[in-house]
Design a protein around this ligand. Sequence first.
Ligand SMILES: Nc1ncnc2c1ncn2[C@@H]1O[C@H](COP(=O)(O)OP(=O)(O)OP(=O)(O)O)[C@@H](O)[C@H]1O
Length: 294
Amino acid sequence: MTDAGRVRSDAGDGGRGASARDGRDEGRRNGEHAPEREGTRLAAEGVTHGFGEGPVFESVDLTVEPGEVLAVVGPSGTGKTTLLRLLACFHPPEEGVVSADGTDVWSLSEADRLAVRRRVGMVFQVRSLFSTTAAENAAYGLRVRESWTDRLRTAARRALGFETTPKAAREALSTVGMTDKAHRHASSLSGGEAQRVAIARALAPDPDVLLLDEPTSNLDPRNTALVEEAVEAASARGIGVAIATHDMQQARRVSDRTALLLDGSIVECGPTERVFESPDDERTRKFVAGELVY
Ligand SMILES: Nc1ncnc2c1ncn2[C@@H]1O[C@H](COP(=O)(O)OP(=O)(O)OP(=O)(O)O)[C@@H](O)[C@H]1O
C-alpha cells in the first residue's frame, strides 16, 4: 500500500475518497489552485504567555504561511487555544512578538492593528453564532465593514422582502454546504451545521489567515468531511490555515505541516508526513502513536 493509501485508510473517512491534502496537492501539481493572493504571514516569535500562574508556554516560534494548512496538536491544556488567540491579535503576549508580514502587530496603531485583525478569521471551539439566520451570521464580517448608509439601505431592502445576503456570504455558505439552510435561524441548526456556518462567517470577508480551534470536535464524519473540504478550499485560495486539533488523523489528512505543543513549548514542527513517519523528537513519536497519556 502506498503512503497516501495508508493515510486514507487510517483516516476512517467513510469512503470520502482522497484526503483534503491529497486533493490540494494534486490541484497544485496540475496548476489548478494557484493561490490568487500574496497573503499574510502570521508569526509568533519567541512568545511566552500565561495567566498569572507561570507561563502556559515559553519562547514559542510558529508561523502560518500563506496557502498552507498548519496543524497544531498537543494534549488538552497545553495552550493551543491560547496560541491561536495570540495569533489572532486578541491580546498581546507577555513576552515575544506576534507579527504580520514581519511587523510586530502590537507596535502598530490601533487602527492598523484592526486592519491586521480583519485579515484574520477565527473560529472558536464553542458554539458562537449570533441570534439570527445562518445567512446573516455568514454576512456579519461583511456588514461590520459596511458604511452606515449601506447598512440602512440593506435594512430597508430586507424590510421590503428583498434578498440581501451579500454574494461573498452566499459563496461562503456554499463552500461549507449550507446554502439550503441559509435562512434557518442559528438556534435551529445542529452542532455540525452551526460550526459550518461559523466557518462561513470567518471565510466570507476573504481573510488571509484562518484560525480554527478544534473545528470538528463533536462532529460526525460527514460534517467533519465538509469542514475539512472547506479547509482545503480556503488553502487552495491562498488562505493560510492553522487548525488546532486533537484528531491526529485529521492533522494527517488536512495539514501540510504539523506542530506539536507539549510541556510548554513546540517540541517539533515540520512537514506532516515527516512528523508522523519519522519524528525528530521521541515525545512526538509517542504522542502521534497515542502512547503519551495526559
Ligand atoms: N482566560 C484564562 N484564564 C486563566 N487560565 C486560562 C485562561 N485561558 C486558558 N487558561 C489556561 O491556560 C492553559 C491552556 O489553555 P488552552 O485552552 O489554551 O489549552 P488547549 O491546548 O487549547 O486545551 P484544549 O485542547 O483542552 O482545548 C490551561 O491550563 C487553561 O486552564
